[in-house]
Design a protein around this ligand. Structure first.
Ligand code: NAD
Ligand code: UGA
Length: 463
């Protein structure tokens, strides 16, 4: 099948960058990204490409190149579905906040809505691609909806999970470790797989395109995130033991990472992992395992989350304990609010939970993050529903300038590993702070020797 038109439902952190790269690399294909959120679509269409809704290094240039040529952002979902041969579903699949599986299972209501809309609109055969991260066997449910509510046309469902990480999305998309495509074993299924392989082949070498059955592909995505998050919880567990024993977690990570079987990546001890996916996907995995009666499997993976929650709480407890067991009315400055550097995404960021703990202790929090607005910081705290919005607004202020954020602070907590933090004039910051001046480095990015030479009381993670 010759692919000339692609539609992607969901213009978020995955849909936007993924389709921008497909459009850039396949100028012969018209790519339309649609979303119900008119404000988000308007931002993607903003004449000033720096105002697109997602900050990712390199993304604005790609959008500038392809937008209006063969990349379009629209709220007209039906038209885009009608015209496309391939439809990617890239909508959000958050943890359920109600009903059966509340707090654990993935909420698939947006997926089902997409399937029903595709079924009602499609007047010719379509390839439907699961780009969102989904519980294993979701394709079965999508197929049932499509086949039972459609207009008698044929649908092929492929699983094509996305492995990009935020902050490096463009690089990850341009040079993926692999592209995974799961499809049906039937001739029609293999035909659909070949069509999608054809799209990626425009820039991804053949040996990096892996095809499997649908269930392996769906489950591989949850498995990959579980393994990645598990490495972080493992090194974070060791960080606590390091603090008790005089070992240095950075040295331990380096030592074990040189074992080629372990490898050096994803061994950075931290204040705890955040982001929209690790926790959501592991909770979902735990829920799936429990639903099959696999309690040992469920308990095993749940520990990754338990450890991560402990690490966040441990960080706020350390701040309180070190500041003479009280932070009431003390200014504590957060450097960073995003869940990692080079993104404006704050979903599940450790900063939110650490701030919440410290506000419970009546601290005054000052925040500086190069990409996160005050509105977002407040919305993140309000979402926890720990106190009224007015109380949150009274307890936290955001600054546009890091030096002003640190003035008269009792302590600085580094929550995100933004490169610029390392290059600050730390002597100037020290001089403007209350004494003793404490730094709690939740990312181990600052140099202990240099900080102590200036006069700071410095505390990192696991050392
Ligand atoms: P997101 O919240 O940024 O974007 C999802 C978009 O879908 C939203 O703009 C929403 O308005 C839109 N939407 C929801 N229902 C819709 C409907 N019926 N019709 C049209 N639009 C609709 O989410 P995201 O971060 O892009 O994640 C999307 C999926 O990709 C999730 O399943 C996630 O687990 C997975 N994923 C995310 C990442 C990541 O780094 N964020 C990486 C890999 C996979
Ligand atoms: C993660 C995966 O890395 C992607 O492959 C996957 O596609 C994505 O989830 C997803 O499914 O959404 P992302 O959450 O964007 O990507 O970013 P990561 O680089 O994985 O970082 C996640 C969190 O772990 C961040 O808070 C980061 O600071 C933390 N982290 C990461 C550590 O604390 N230590 C490390 O060594 C690595």
């Amino acid at each position: 099948m010759k692919i000339t038109k692609i539609c992607c439902i969901g213009a978020g952190y995955v849909g936007g960058p993924t389709m921008a790269v497909i459009a850039q690399k396949c100028p012969q294909i018209e790519v339309t990204v649609v979303d119900l959120n008119a404000e988000r679509i308007a931002a993607w269409n903003d004449a000033d490409v720096d105002n697109i809704p997602i900050y990712e290094p390199g993304l604005a240039d790609i959008v500038a190149e392809a937008r209006g040529r063969n990349l379009f952002f629209s709220t007209d979902v039906e038209k885009a579905i009608d015209e496309a041969q391939i439809i990617f579903i890239s909508v959000n699949t958050p943890t359920k906040t109600y009903g059966k599986g509340k707090g654990m299972a993935a909420d698939l209501k947006f997926i089902e809505l997409c399937a029903r809309q595709i079924a009602s609109v499609a007047k010719d055969n379509k390839i439907v691609v699961e780009k969102s991260t989904l519980p294993v066997r979701t394709a079965e449910a999508i197929k049932s909806i499509l086949d039972n509510t459609g207009n008698g046309v044929q649908f092929q469902i492929l699983s094509n999970p996305e492995f990009l990480a935020e902050g490096t999305a463009v690089q990850d998309l341009l040079q993926p470790d692999r592209i995974l495509i799961g499809g049906d074993a039937s001739a029609e299924g293999q035909h659909a797989i070949a069509a999608l392989v054809g799209v990626y082949s425009n820039w991804v070498p053949a040996d990096k395109i892996l095809t499997t059955n649908v269930w392996s592909s769906e489950l591989s995505k949850l498995t990959a995130n579980a393994f990645l998050a598990q490495r972080i919880s493992s090194i974070n567990a060791m960080s606590e033991l390091c603090e008790k024993t005089g070992a240095d977690v950075n040295e331990v990570a380096k030592a074990i990472g040189m074992d080629s079987r372990i490898g050096p990546k994803f061994l950075k001890a931290s204040v705890g992992f955040g982001g929209s996916c690790f926790q959501k996907d592991i909770l979902n995995l735990v829920y799936i395992a429990k639903s099959y009666g696999l309690h040992e499997v469920a308990d095993y993976w749940e520990q990754v989350i338990i450890m991560n929650d402990h690490q966040k709480r441990r960080f706020s407890n350390t701040i309180v304990r070190t500041l003479y067991n009280t932070v009431a009315d003390k200014k504590i400055t957060f450097l960073g609010w995003a869940f990692k550097k080079d993104t404006n995404d704050t979903r599940e960021s450790a900063a939110i939970y650490v701030a919440d703990d410290l506000i419970n202790e009546q601290a005054q929090i000052a925040v500086y993050d190069p990409k996160v607005s005050r509105k977002k910081v407040l919305a993140d705290l309000d979402y926890l529903e720990s106190r009224t919005a007015a109380a949150n607004a009274n307890s936290i202020v955001s600054f546009e300038n890091p030096y002003e954020a640190c003035e008269k602070a009792h302590a600085i907590a580094v929550l995100t590993e933004w490169d610029e933090f390392v290059t600050y004039d730390w002597k100037k910051i020290y001089d403007s702070m209350q004494k003793p001046a404490f730094v709690f480095d939740g990312r181990n990015i600052l140099d202990r020797g240099e900080m102590e030479a200036i006069g700071f009381v410095y505390q990192g993670i696991g050392a």
